[in-house]
Design a binder for this molecule. Sequence first.
Ligand code: MG
Length: 396
Amino acid sequence: MKAAAIICAGGSGRRFGGDQAKQYRMLGERPVLAHTLGVFCAAPAVDQIIVVVPVADLDFVREKIVSFYGLNRIAAVVAGGERRQDSVYNGLQAVSRPCDFVIVHDGVRPLVTEAMIGRVLEAASTTGAACAGVRATDTIKKASADGRVEQTLPREALWLVQTPQAFSFDLLCRAHEQAARDDYTGTDDASLVEHAGGIVTMVEGAAFNIKITTPEDLAMAARRMTSERGDSRPIRAGFGYDSHRLVENRKLILGGVDIPFSRGLAGHSDADALVHAIGDALLGAAALGDIGRHFPDTDPAYANADSLVLLSRIKTLLDGAGLVVSHVDATVILEKPKLAPHADAMRANLARTLGIAVSRISIKAKTNEGMGFVGRGEGIAVFASATVAERITHGL
Ligand code: MG
């Protein structure tokens, strides 16, 4: 049994408002359409996937959705038509034979599951046509254009129709040809099959299988993905390093703490190597360059600058990039003095500056066993790592 899927994303998103069609809005870390295609790419029952998009979007979808997100099971990206059924018809022309069944699905229903695809395919294999939907739970009334109720429909018999819908390939081709001959327009493919005299079976979809039509739908889908799939907050890790020379007549400031010692760190700012290494780790996780680029040591504005102020600016840059600091870990390498008595004060400074709990900041210290520039007491080196999480965005 060979099954093709036609993912219909031909809409220009007029109902959504704004410039961007709703199938390309970001939902978590990927566009809505990429989520939908990802579910079909992972479904073993589907042998070929055809995406139908507006003709003006063909290159964009091929490059920025299919290639960019590694959706390598997509067989073809084809141009849609005027009406939804014209788009599906174009998709049908691109199906390579032999093909026994075809599944039609809305590109803007990203919460479809492999189980739903399996249910419509199974029902279609016995009856020829099957349609996912949910039973009406609200009472449904038919009203005139001015809002006057004409009829209360019997709720027990009513379904709210969704996609996926599955059909025998030959049956759906015949239904589309019949609709073209009769100049019949349907809002879904099942209605074309009904018009052609075919039998359609309803199978359970899911209430969460929403069609993204409004910004509220997008927000709801994002919440659902976070709670059900847990995949909307990718973690990024960054790494940072800094070293400064120990000299006479300078304060030793590490983690914003003024540590009593005979020498201090040389540098343009307060030379807080610990904060610099952490700042570079955070910028690294955000792929936003390094401290030198944002706060050049040739700029007099940063002479003797409090490095914690620079760190708070870095935090602002991360906020702007939609990133949340998750954890920081640093190792300071120095022969003297002992840092342990100051570690809690440093952690408190860093936690306050980054707006996270002290339990998410780790500071460790080591000597270099007398080796190298650190071992000779010429300077201090710091290694730091940081993890940041992408904030869930709704593309709004
Ligand atoms: Mg530095």
